[in-house]
Structure formats: C-alpha cells, structure tokens
Ligand binder design. Structure first.
Ligand SMILES: Cc1cc2nc3c(=O)[nH]c(=O)nc-3n(C[C@H](O)[C@H](O)[C@H](O)COP(=O)(O)OP(=O)(O)OC[C@H]3O[C@@H](n4cnc5c(N)ncnc54)[C@H](O)[C@@H]3O)c2cc1C
Length: 372
C-alpha cells in the first residue's frame, strides 16, 4: 500500500474537497481536528508516513489488498461487495421497541454483542442539542437510545480512535461506507506496527447513498423554522415519494428530496460503495417495508454473530425476495458505476507516474467490468 503523511492527506483529500468527515485522522494525534463535519489541520506535522493517511478512506485505498486481508480474495465485480448470505431481517422478541430507523436490526445486533461481552464498547451516533454526534457506550441498555438515522456525515472514527486511546481493545462500531473503509484499514495494520492489536471486534455497516454535510443540514432545518432539538426522526421514503420526511415534536414536515440532495456532502460523489462493503455485516432498509431491513453477512465472524443472535431471538431472519435482491444490486451497481466513472475521468484511479497518487486502486479488468 502506498502510504504518505499529513502533507499529502491535506493536498489529496482535505483541500481537494474529498474529505468525508469520517474522523479517521482525528484523535490519533494533536494535529487534526474536526468541527461541524469539517476536518482541518490544527498544527503542522511533517512525518513522511502517518496513520492519518493510512486510514483515510479517500487516500490510496488499495481495494484488492483491503479485500484480500478482510475476505481472503481480491476485490471483485460484485455490486454489493463480498458476502456470504443476504436476508430480510428485523429485531426479535428479546429486544424492546424503540425509535428504530427500520427493523431495528442494527440495535438488536449491538445489544447482543454488548450483552454477551463480545465487545466491551460500541461507537454509535446520538444527538446532542439536536446535532448528530459520535457516542461511545459500554452498557447494552444505552444502545436503544441511539436508534434511528441521522442522515449526516458524522466523525464516528474519531470516537473510535479515542476509545482505542482509552484502552478499549474489543470495540464495535456502526459505520457508513466511508467509515467502514476507514475501520477496515485500521484493522489491517497498514503501517505494520509491531505493537498493533486489532481493536475492532465488530463492524456493522449501513447502506448509504449520500450523507448531508452537517453545516448544510443545520441551515436546511433552521431555514424551515425547524428546531434541530425537536427532531425525533428523519426518513427517505422509497420512490416515487421524492421527499425527505422530518418528524418533530410539532408534527411532520416534508422537504422535496432534490433540495436535500443538493446539500449532500460533495465527498459522496467519489464514493463507489452503497452497502458498506468492508464491514462484518451491512444493514439497510427494505424498500416498501417500513419495519424491515436487508442484512448482508460478509465475514465468517459476522455470520457467527447473526446466527447466534437469531438463535437467541435478538433478530429474525427471512429469505430475501428475488425482486428485492435485484433492486438492491441495481442500486449498488449504479452508485459504483457513477463514482468510478467520475474517479476515472479525474485521473484518481490506479494513478501512475512519479509523485502521482490515487484515490483508489483496483485491478483494471475488474474496473472495466464495473463501469462497462
Ligand atoms: C447517512 C445515512 C444514509 C443512509 N442511506 C441509506 C440508503 O440510501 N439506503 C438504505 O437502505 N439505508 C440507508 N441508510 C441506513 C438506514 O437509514 C438504517 O440505518 C439501516 O437500515 C438500519 O436500520 P435499523 O432499524 O436496523 O437501525 P437502528 O436500529 O435504528 O440503528 C441505527 C444505528 O445507526 C447509527 N447511526 C445513526 N446515524 C448515523 C450516522 N450518520 N453515521 C453512522 N451511524 C449512524 C445509530 O447510532 C444507530 O446505532 C442510511 C443511513 C445513514 C446514517
């Protein structure tokens, strides 16, 4: 893997507008900070190779190497990424009701791994004063208070870095696709550090087509006279609804979806991943079924957790209807193609030549199949 330092991270990612605000470079050292979704270098640092660059999901990510180390095979032309099984899922009888975004599968799996002591801390997203913020929890009963989606880019990985610094070594995290890449990069010890211990026991990825820039989201809400602190949940109903639903203490508010898409973090345009391909398991919504999820099982460990959680009635699994699977594959392939074409046009794939750096690297024959 080509690994550089903070200077190259600034040039290739932060100043180039490709930073997703995942927080991977924050809280590993004093040099990078994050505020309202914006990442910045606070003090100069001149090291040639750094963990900040090595764990960035937009800097020299070698998809084949990451895939080899995560799944034992190079990156393939599979729209939803490497996987073992795909189910329709929801939370089971062992889990109470909460403000779940869909079926509550994410909260149920997190409750399971915390209750069984498989992880000793989890990094989730909660709202503080209405603003989505990463939150570290250690007690299973805290999981449900973080249920539901904040459709904004949140620096989740910075809290993961803080948890590692505080001595946690069996951490679980919920992650959007860019955050899942960062977490997977942390896991593979890209700098080959001798004292390295993999701190990530369980990564639950979320499906994600776009995330709102936090500052734009705040402006959107306040422009409509909505107090962020009164937001109970947000939702993107399936097509042809074309609206963004916001439920507050005062009622329901619809915003045309295009207006919201225009406020998407610009970094999302370079993202080829809709289903968090580098997680242990990935969870999204089942189109047209409000109380259900799609669950993609990727690693053997993810499969073991899902099976045990099913046996102990934390989750319920059903077969996925073929039509729903086709829809998922179509949507994932479309996002991948769109981003890869943009990356290729801008010279950010497999970039060659002295001093030239890439955003992603993957085998050219696979790239051609994905964009063909
Ligand atoms: C930015 C974003 C975009 C999404 N886009 C899509 C999409 O295009 N298609 C689709 O099918 N699904 C999408 N999802 C996923 C979907 O909204 C649900 O999170 C998923 O289906 C899990 O549902 P659940 O009922 O199991 O979740 P719950 O049990 O309610 O748990 C949700 C978990 O997500 C965490 N979370 C909330 N906001 C964030 C955030 N911003 N970043 C990281 N973690 C967070 C919470 O801490 C909680 O643990 C998106 C989610 C996010 C955050």
């Amino acid at each position: 893997m080509n690994i550089f330092g903070p200077k190259e991270l600034m040039e290739d990612v932060i100043l180039a507008g490709r930073c997703t605000g995942c927080g991977a470079c924050v809280d590993i050292c004093p040099y990078f900070g994050s505020h309202m979704g914006k990442t910045a270098m606070l003090f100069p640092c001149t090291i040639a190779r750094g963990r900040c660059f090595a764990s960035c999901p937009r800097a020299e990510v070698d998809l084949d190497l990451l895939s080899e180390k995560t799944f034992g095979a190079p990156y393939a032309e599979v729209p939803v990424g490497s996987h073992r099984k795909i189910f329709v899922s929801r939370s089971g009888a062992r889990i109470g009701n909460a403000n779940y975004q869909a079926g509550g599968t994410v909260s149920a799996l997190l409750s399971f791994v915390l209750e069984k002591g498989i992880i000793d801390a989890a990094v989730l997203v909660d709202r503080q004063e209405g603003l989505p913020r990463p939150r570290r929890i250690t007690e299973p009963q805290e999981v449900l208070s973080c249920a539901s989606s904040s459709f904004a880019a949140v620096p989740v990985i910075s809290e993961l870095n803080r948890a590692v610094r505080d001595g946690y070594r069996r951490i679980g995290t919920v992650a959007t696709p860019c955050q899942a890449v960062a977490a997977a990069l942390i896991r593979i010890n890209p700098l080959n550090e001798d004292e390295f211990i993999n701190p990530l026991s369980f990564i639950i990825g979320l499906f994600c087509t776009w995330a709102l820039d936090l500052r734009s989201m705040t402006a959107l809400f306040s422009g409509r006279g909505l107090d962020l602190r009164s937001v109970i949940r947000c939702d993107v109903p399936p097509p042809p609804a074309e609206k963004f639903e916001i439920v507050t203490g005062g009622g329901k508010h619809d915003i045309p979806l295009q207006e919201v898409r225009d406020l998407t973090s610009p970094a999302c345009a370079w993202c080829p991943d809709m289903t968090s391909e580098f997680a242990d398991v990935s969870v999204g919504m089942l189109e047209g079924s409000a109380g259900k999820n799609i669950l993609i099982i990727r690693t053997p460990f993810g499969e073991e957790i899902a099976e045990k959680a099913r046996e102990e009635r934390y989750i319920v699994l059903d077969e996925i209807p073929p039509e729903q699977l086709r829809n998922l594959e179509r949507a994932a392939a479309a996002k991948k193609r769109r981003a890869l074409l943009k990356l290729k046009k801008e010279g950010l794939l497999n970039t060659a030549g002295k001093g030239k750096r890439a955003c992603f690297r993957l085998r050219p024959e696979i790239l051609e199949k994905l964009i063909g």
